[in-house]
Write a protein that binds this ligand. Structure first.
Ligand code: ADP
Ligand code: MG
Length: 494
């Protein structure tokens, strides 16, 4: 059966699956990256076991195909067991059926449109299949091809994820050193298994790929490495059960020298897969093979993972990747900008490192967007273009200020004691700064008046209301005072 773009509206199930896939992608890659590269994806249709996804330009198609092709396929497979292939092509968004008869209804801003909106389902002209492996497609010169897996088991390795491409700083130096050590001498006592953990986007996958690259690339005694996400592990396992080839699956897995499983937390609640992994794990360790695992938490915190598995995972080396520091973020940005070959002023790097503190993926996503913008329009990167191009991201990253921070800053500024923020003292020298702090709490946080009152020595919400109007009034009348408050606000927001 063939489903065309215009019929998607009649396929609520597929449309719902697509919606979920997009949501998951968005959660995985982060807001910045999603907006930049993935938001314009549209579902074009499903034919047999193949789903076609459209993007409006070749540039986007190449980019998405090389970077997210595998992920898209895995997500589709997890949603819909019938899907085996995902085509990513250049084409326009499906136009809802009632409009599709009129060519004038087609959006005119699209750069390239190769697939007619409707009604005849023409084969997509420019497609890159993500199966068996994405075709190398240099997108913008610094995101190059993915390498075909060496064994059928392994997922492709990202060519950018090498040790050389990893910027080392205080928060990640221990994890980096452990990864290096395993890459040099796999299966050393004390380092098996290697368990890497940390929050999203801090470099776990990067380090795992780096180990795999190092091991598969070395000229003397190359070893076989299987790297895959826990999710992929599970799908492989389920597929093997379905096709009654679990023996083959097990043998394949057990024949590798190094097994790497990324994002192990995915196996929480998947008891059968956990069990299978546990046996494979034990078998390989007994054979003196190296295991590398990553997760978002330490083994002891992975509640929901079988106790015996957690115990075994914690037996080797456990290394965590801490949140980045400002210094590390600057170094990473410098390295990535240099690699992109685009001149990014230091001021812009400082600005980004201050603003985007959540994780490296987001930081990289913001820089990628700046670089892509500079390349596309041939404009140099400046603080102004940065504000312009990253407007939406920066807004989302505006720092959430806490009432405690406000109280502290304001108390410092007016040289009063922090305890006076909640004391009963009414002297003007204390009461006025307290009012300013309440005013700023109202302006900069989403707390309600009663909540703010509670934080200021259990004061009534009418006291807060009064403070807000009093400060507003004073700011109107007294320029110096207004400047003072504005300065405090800027300090707190930066
Ligand atoms: P995780 O697997 O921990 O969620 P990734 O390894 O996928 O994170 O890292 C997210 C992105 O940030 C990748 O593009 C990676 O290259 C980059 N990255 C993270 N840490 C570093 C670092 N220390 N140096 C260079 N790039 C980094
Ligand atoms: Mg990862």
């Amino acid at each position: 059966m063939t489903t065309t773009a215009s019929e998607i509206v009649d396929m609520p199930q597929i449309a719902a699956q697509w919606t979920r896939i997009r949501a998951r992608l968005q959660a995985e890659v982060g807001e910045v990256e999603y907006r930049t590269w993935l938001r314009q994806m549209t579902l074009a249709g499903m034919e047999g076991d193949e789903v076609t996804v459209n993007l409006p330009t070749r540039f986007l198609r190449d980019w998405v195909s090389t970077r997210y092709g595998d992920r898209l396929r895995a997500l589709w497979q997890s949603e819909n067991i019938d899907v085996r292939r995902v085509e990513i092509s250049v084409g326009q968004a499906p136009v809802p059926a009632p409009l599709s008869a009129s060519p004038a209804a087609a959006p005119i801003t699209r750069v390239e449109v190769v697939r007619p909106a409707s009604p005849a389902p023409a084969p997509p002209q420019q497609t890159l299949s993500t199966t068996p492996a994405p075709t190398p497609a240099p997108a913008n010169g610094w995101n190059d091809e993915r390498i075909e897996p060496k064994s059928d088991l392994a997922a492709p390795l990202d060519p950018r994820f090498t040790f050389e491409g990893f910027v080392v700083g205080k928060p990640n130096e221990f994890a980096y050193a452990c990864a290096r050590r395993v890459a040099e001498r796999p299966s050393s006592p004390g380092f098996n298994p290697l368990f890497l953990y940390g929050g999203v986007g801090l470099g776990k996958t990067h380090l795992m790929h780096a180990i795999a690259w190092e091991l598969t690339d070395r000229t003397t005694a190359p070893v076989s490495v299987a790297y895959m996400s826990a999710e992929k592990f599970m799908y492989r396992f389920i597929a093997a059960i379905r096709s009654q080839s679990t023996m083959e699956f097990k043998e394949n897995l057990r024949s590798v020298d190094v097994l790497m499983i990324d994002d192990l937390q995915f196996l929480i609640g998947k008891d059968n897969t956990q069990e299978e992994f546990f046996h494979t794990f034990n078998y390989l360790v007994e054979q003196g093979k190296q295991i590398v695992v990553s997760a978002d938490k330490s083994p002891s915190d992975l509640n929901g993972l079988e106790h015996r598995l957690r115990t075994r995972l914690g037996c080797g080396m456990v290394a965590d990747l801490h949140s980045t520091t400002y210094e590390l973020r600057i170094s990473i940005l410098e390295a990535k900008a240099a690699r992109a070959g685009v001149d990014v002023p230091f001021k812009v790097l400082e600005f980004l490192a201050h603003k985007i503190t959540s994780n490296v993926r987001e930081l990289e996503g913001a820089l990628n967007r700046l670089v892509a913008h500079a390349n596309l329009f041939g404009r140099p990167v400046t603080l102004e273009t940065t504000h312009e191009v990253l407007h939406d991201i920066l807004k989302a990253h505006d720092r959430r200020v806490t009432i405690e921070e406000i109280q502290k800053k304001v108390a410092e500024h007016y040289s009063i004691r922090l305890t006076d923020m909640s004391s009963a003292r009414r002297a003007r020298a204390v009461a006025r700064p307290r009012q300013v702090a309440m005013y700023l709490a109202k302006q900069l946080t989403s707390r309600s008046l009663p909540e703010i009152g509670r934080k200021f020595g259990n004061r009534n919400h009418t006291t807060v209301m009064h403070a807000v109007s009093r400060v507003t009034e004073l700011m109107d009348r007294d320029g110096t005072f207004a400047e003072d408050v504005e300065l405090l606000r800027r300090l707190l927001e930066s």
